[in-house]
Each structure stands twice: as structure tokens, then as C-alpha cells.
Design a protein around this ligand. Structure first.
Ligand code: ADP
Length: 261
């Protein structure tokens, strides 16, 4: 428990420090309302698991000493809840660390087709277990772009993870690269549950979930797409979404060759 608790505490202090630090450095850019909302949302998300850890620990301490089973179950609960919290804090720290534009020294020459092929092999096996069709469509000539490869991979993984999460068995997920003359378009298309039109303008906001009961059961905090948008904006790229309830969702990332190379 200690080994989880310390990183969680340090992580939270780090995130709050980042926000306050950012506010002090760029008072005009980051509005007070944004900070207030972030603090309220993050505290709200962290309060429930902390309360659950506390009550599990307190009840565990009250259990009779000869009943070893009950405290063990409580400890297992605490470990599970702490892992979820740790995941939330990692996402928050990720957003904090990767804010703003990338420096030229962060960018490497990257061959996208190979990178995407490697990424796709990881999802082939997930698709088999989850009984989904995973289709890829990549051009054969290589595409060389200057990107932060780790960040771009992270963004595509978040989109693929969502596509898999929100597509029922038997459905399809397609990952496609379209190379136009001065731009590269990357599409993640699924035949899943879709997103209602009224929710679409908000899905890139931090902590935004379309249906909290639906996504809470799958462990989402509503940070995945905020991270994707931040990564793409850091590359001077664009991201858009198109969705129809019951038919599916397409996310499209556009990276511009001129701006990056
Ligand atoms: P979460 O961790 O909750 O999935 P995200 O930021 O990744 O958070 O996504 C925000 C919300 O957008 C999700 O809660 C989900 O309702 C919706 N969403 C994202 N991707 C898809 C998709 N491919 N199909 C349907 N809904 C999606």
C-alpha cells in the first residue's frame, strides 16, 4: 500500500503544482475559471477512491484478529482502488508534462508506415480475443515525417483503445493512413455505439464522459481524448470527429508536412 500511496500523493502534489506554476508564469493565458474547474474535477475524481480506501482500511482494522480473511479482502480492494487512482494521476501528469508546442529537438525523423504496422500487430491479438475485426489500410511508399514518435504512438493508441472499448463484439475497427501531397491524414474508424451529436463538441474536454454510468464501468476518466488533442496540437496538427449513434465513429488526425519538416 505504501509503495502505491507515495507516488499517488507525490503525483497529485505535482499536478496541482503544475497548474499553480502555470498560472503564476502565464496569468493571461490560463484563466482562473479553468484552474477552478480543473481543481474541482480532479478533487471530485480523487475523493471517491480516497474515501473507499479509508473505509476499507478502517473496517479492516476493526475486524477480529482471528479472522484473517476479511482484512485480506479489504487489502485487495485497497490495491485495486489505488491502481485506478494511480492511473488517473499518470494521465494528469502526462497532460501537465506535455503541454504546449514541441521544441524542434523533441522531433525525430519517423517513418510512419512502419511505425503503424508495428502498432497494428499489438491490436491484432486484442481484436481476436475481443472478437472484433481489425482492418488496416496503409500506403506502400514510406511516409517520412518529423514527429515525437512516442507521443504520436500514445495518441493513436488512445484512439484505438476507445474504438475497441466502444465497439461491440462482431464490429470493426479500421486504422488508415492517407498520404496527401502536403498533409497526412490518419483515421481511426469504428462501427461501435457512436456519440450523440450534442456531446460531440465536448468530448475533447478534460474529464468529459458521454455517459458516466456507461464509461465508469469501463474505468474511463474522460482524459484520453484530451491527451490525444494536446499531442496533436503540440505537432501543429488537427483532430476532428464524426459520429452517428448506432453506426460508429471516425476520428481523423491531420499532420502537416510543411509545418513539421
Ligand atoms: P474515457 O476514458 O472515458 O474513454 P475519453 O476522453 O477517451 O475518456 O473519451 C471521452 C468520451 O468520449 C468517452 O467517455 C466516450 O463516451 C466517448 N468516446 C470516445 N471515443 C469513442 C468511440 N470510439 N465511440 C464511442 N464513444 C466514444
Amino acid at each position: 500500500l505504501f509503495s502505491l500511496g507515495i507516488p499517488i500523493t507525490l503525483g497529485f502534489i505535482g499536478v496541482v503544482g503544475w497548474y499553480l506554476g502555470g498560472l503564476a508564469m502565464e496569468p493571461t493565458k490560463r484563466s482562473y475559471e479553468q484552474l477552478q474547474r480543473f481543481t474541482a474535477d480532479a478533487s471530485h475524481e480523487l475523493r471517491a477512491p480516497v474515501a473507499a480506501i479509508l473505509s476499507n482500511a478502517q473496517v479492516g482494522l476493526l475486524a477480529p484478529e482471528n479472522n484473517a480473511e476479511q482484512p485480506r479482502q479489504r487489502l485487495e480492494n485497497i490495491v485495486d482502488i489505488s491502481k485506478t487512482m494511480s492511473n488517473l494521476i499518470s494521465n494528469l501528469l502526462f497532460l501537465a508534462r506535455h503541454e504546449g508546442k514541441l521544441n524542434p529537438q523533441d522531433l525525430q525523423n519517423c517513418e510512419l508506415v512502419n511505425m503503424f504496422k508495428e502498432l497494428a500487430t499489438q491490436y491484432d491479438s486484442i481484436a481476436k480475443t475481443e472478437e472484433l475485426n481489425f482492418i488496416t489500410d496503409f500506403p506502400s511508399p514510406p511516409i517520412n515525417l518529423k514527429v515525437d514518435a512516442d507521443l504520436l504512438r500514445h495518441a493513436i493508441k488512445n484512439l484505438l483503445d476507445n474504438a475497441f472499448k466502444y465497439t461491440p463484439q462482431g464490429g470493426s475497427v479500421k486504422l488508415e493512413i492517407i498520404n496527401q501531397s502536403r498533409r497526412v491524414s490518419i483515421q481511426v474508424k469504428d462501427t461501435g455505439i457512436g456519440i450523440p451529436q450534442e456531446n460531440l463538441p465536448h468530448i475533447f474536454e478534460r474529464f468529459y464522459r458521454v455517459d458516466t454510468s456507461r464509461t465508469r464501468s469501463s474505468g474511463g476518466f474522460g482524459l484520453g481524448l484530451a491527451i490525444v488533442q494536446q499531442i496533436i496540437q503540440a505537432h501543429d496538427g488537427q483532430i476532428s470527429v464524426d459520429s452517428t449513434v448506432g453506426e460508429g465513429t471516425t476520428f481523423e488526425i491531420t499532420l502537416f508536412v510543411k509545418k513539421l519538416n
